[in-house]
Design a protein around this ligand. Structure first.
Ligand SMILES: [Zn+2]
Length: 58
């Protein structure tokens, strides 16, 4: 389980929007409005906040 990078209280869960596209949102919604459309984006953001990760390592 991946904890939310924004509130650090919820965890990220996959869901589909009305168009059938994958969305990744925080389990604490609507308290936390964190949302992304790909795990790559989330990992890239997390890496930027923590420590540099070279491309291809994930
Ligand atoms: Zn959250």
């Amino acid at each position: 389980m991946v904890s939310c990078p924004q509130c650090h209280m919820g965890y990220l869960q996959e869901m589909e929007d009305a168009q059938g596209n994958l969305r990744i949102a925080c389990s604490e919604y609507p308290v936390c409005r964190f949302e992304s459309d790909s795990w790559e984006t989330i990992y890239a953001d997390a890496a930027r906040f923590r420590h540099p990760v070279s491309p291809g390592q994930i």
